[in-house]
Design a protein around this ligand. Structure first.
Ligand code: COA
Length: 424
C-alpha cells in the first residue's frame, strides 16, 4: 500500500516545475497520467539531448513513475477525451503559461462544473497583480524572488544558484498544497483551486533574508563578514558570499589539495556550543578564555582572524578527514561534494536518494529518487514513459473507449496513432 493509492492525477505539466510536483505524487502512490501533445510531448524530451533517439535526461529524471498519453486538446475529439479524464481524476496539475488553460476551454469554472471534487493545481511565474501574465523560467524566479540579489559576493554581480529553487521549489510547494487540499476534501467533499507562484516560492525560501532586511533597519548585520571588515551597509541586504545565514558564523575553507581540486573545501561552522573544542583543535586553546574570542559577540568583528586560523588547520587535512575529526567532537562541518562524488556516494544510494533505473531507450541511468521517506509508503522508482506509451491503455482501461471508438478518435487526429501508423 502507498500513501496516495487511489488518487488519480491528470498531469498537464511540462518542463521542470510541474513535473517535479507530479513525480512526487507518483512516488507517493498516485496514478499520474501525463497528457502530452501528439508527436511532440513535453519540450524537455528533446532538450539537452545527449543520446540521439532517446528522451533526454532532463525529461527522464523528472517524469518517473508516470503514464504518458498523447492527446491533442485543441481538437473537438481531444476535448471530449479530456472532459472524461477530468471526470475520472482527483487532481489536475498544470504549469502552462498564463491563460493557456482558459484558451483550451478548461477554465477553473468549466473544470469545476465537470467535476466539483477535482483539485486544480497550477504553477505560474507570478501571483495576481501586474506581472500575472508573464512567462517565467527558473532563473527569472530566482531574480524576482530575492535569491539572486542576496547570492554571490559583495563586490560581484548577483548570482543564481544551481539548486532549482524556482522550478523544483515551486513543484514542492504545489505538492504540499495538493495533498492539503485532498485532506480538506475528505471533510468538505469539494475540490478547490491550488496556486503556487514561482516568485512566492522563492520569497518563501528567502525568508531569512527578509528577516535580515528588517534587522538592517536597526543597525549593521554584525554576523556578516562585511561588518568585521569595517565596510558600511547600504539600505538593502547585501550579498554575503559564504557567510552562514544564521547566528552561528560559518565559511567555506580550503582543505588539502585545494590548489588542484576545485572542490577541496569544507564548510565549517563555529557553533558557539563547541567553541572551546574548536580552539583546542586548531591549536589556539588560549582563545577559549580570551575576552576577544571567548564569546560569539566578541568574535563577530574578528571573523576573518577566526576563520584564517581554522583554515590553517583545515588545509592540513582532506575535506573528508576534516569531517571525520569534527563529527565526533560535535563540530558541524560538511565537505563540498562535487556532482561526481554525489553520483558515487554509497550512503545516498543506500537510502534511495540516488538510484539507477533502466530506461527502454537509453538504458541504465542515474536519477534522484524520492528525497522524502515515508516509513509506510515505500518508493520504487520506475523509468519515465515513452511518449504516448499508455494512450490506448488509459483510453480503453480507464475511460472505457472501445477499439472502434479509439480508431475514430485516431482518425480525427486526437492523438498520435495515425502518425505512428503512417510511419510504420
Ligand atoms: N494539445 C494541444 N495543445 C497543447 C497541448 C496538447 N496536449 N499541450 C500544450 N498545448 C499548447 C497550449 O494550448 C499552448 O497553446 P496556445 O499558446 O495557443 O494557447 C501551447 O501549447 C504552449 O503553451 P505553454 O507550454 O504554456 O507555453 P510556452 O511553451 O510558450 O511557455 C513556459 C513555457 C514554461 C514559459 C510557460 O509554460 C510558463 O510560464 N509556465 C508557468 C511557469 C512555469 O512553470 N515556468 C517554469 C517551467 S519549468
Amino acid at each position: 500500500m502507498k500513501a496516495l493509492d487511489g488518487i488519480r492525477v491528470l498531469d498537464f505539466t511540462h518542463v521542470q516545475s510541474g513535473p517535479t510536483c507530479t513525480q512526487l505524487l507518483a512516488w507517493f502512490g498516485a496514478d499520474v497520467i501525463k497528457v502530452e501533445r501528439p508527436g511532440v510531448g513535453d519540450a524537455t524530451r528533446s532538450q539537452l539531448v545527449d543520446m540521439p533517439g532517446a528522451d533526454s535526461l532532463y525529461f527522464t529524471m523528472l517524469n518517473h513513475n508516470k503514464r504518458s498519453i498523447e492527446l491533442d486538446v485543441k481538437t473537438a475529439e481531444g476535448k471530449a477525451v479530456l472532459t472524461r479524464l477530468i471526470e475520472s481524476c482527483d487532481v489536475l496539475v498544470e504549469n502552462f503559461a498564463p491563460g493557456v488553460l482558459d484558451r483550451m476551454g478548461f477554465s477553473w469554472e468549466v473544470v469545476q462544473s465537470i467535476n466539483p471534487r477535482l483539485i486544480l493545481a497550477s504553477i505560474k511565474g507570478f501571483g495576481p497583480g501586474k506581472y500575472a501574465d508573464c512567462k517565467v523560467y527558473e532563473n527569472v524566479a530566482q531574480c524576482v524572488g530575492g535569491a539572486a540579489s542576496t547570492t554571490g559576493f559583495r563586490d560581484g554581480i548577483p548570482v543564481v544558484t544551481g539548486a532549482q529553487i524556482g522550478d523544483s521549489g515551486s513543484g514542492l510547494h504545489l505538492a504540499l498544497g495538493i495533498v492539503t487540499a485532498l485532506y480538506q476534501r475528505e471533510r468538505s467533499g469539494r475540490g478547490q483551486k491550488v496556486s503556487a507562484a514561482m516568485q512566492d516560492g522563492v520569497v518563501n525560501l528567502c525568508r531569512v533574508k527578509l528577516r535580515d532586511q528588517q534587522r538592517l533597519e536597526n543597525g549593521p548585520l554584525r554576523e556578516y563578514s562585511q561588518f568585521g571588515e569595517g565596510l558600511p551597509f547600504g539600505d538593502a541586504v547585501p550579498r554575503a558570499g559564504n557567510d552562514s545565514g544564521g547566528g552561528q558564523p560559518g565559511r567555506v575553507l580550503r582543505c588539502k589539495g585545494w590548489q588542484d581540486d576545485p572542490n577541496a573545501y569544507t564548510y565549517f561552522i563555529t557553533q558557539a556550543a563547541v567553541w572551546p573544542r574548536i580552539c583546542v583543535l586548531i591549536g589556539r586553546p588560549d582563545w577559549a578564555d580570551d575576552p576577544d574570542f571567548a564569546t560569539p559577540e566578541a568574535r563577530l568583528p574578528r571573523l576573518n582572524t577566526v576563520f584564517e586560523a581554522i583554515e590553517a588547520w583545515t588545509t592540513t587535512l582532506t575535506k573528508f578527514e576534516v569531517m571525520e575529526v569534527c563529527n565526533p567532537l560535535g563540530i558541524p562541518v560538511g565537505p563540498i561534494l562535487s556532482m561526481k562524488e554525489i553520483a558515487e556516494d554509497a550512503g545516498l544510494r543506500e537510502s534511495g536518494t540516488i538510484v539507477e533505473v533502466d530506461h527502454p531507450a537509453r538504458g541504465r541511468h542515474l536519477t534522484v529518487g524520492c528525497p522524502i521517506k515515508l516509513s509506510d509508503s515505500a518508493v520504487e522508482v520506475t523509468p519515465a514513459p515513452l511518449l504516448g506509451a499508455h494512450t490506448e491503455e488509459v483510453l480503453t482501461g480507464l475511460l472505457g473507449y472501445s477499439a472502434t471508438e479509439l480508431e475514430q478518435l485516431a482518425q480525427a487526429g486526437a492523438f498520435g496513432l495515425p502518425r505512428r501508423a503512417a510511419a510504420e
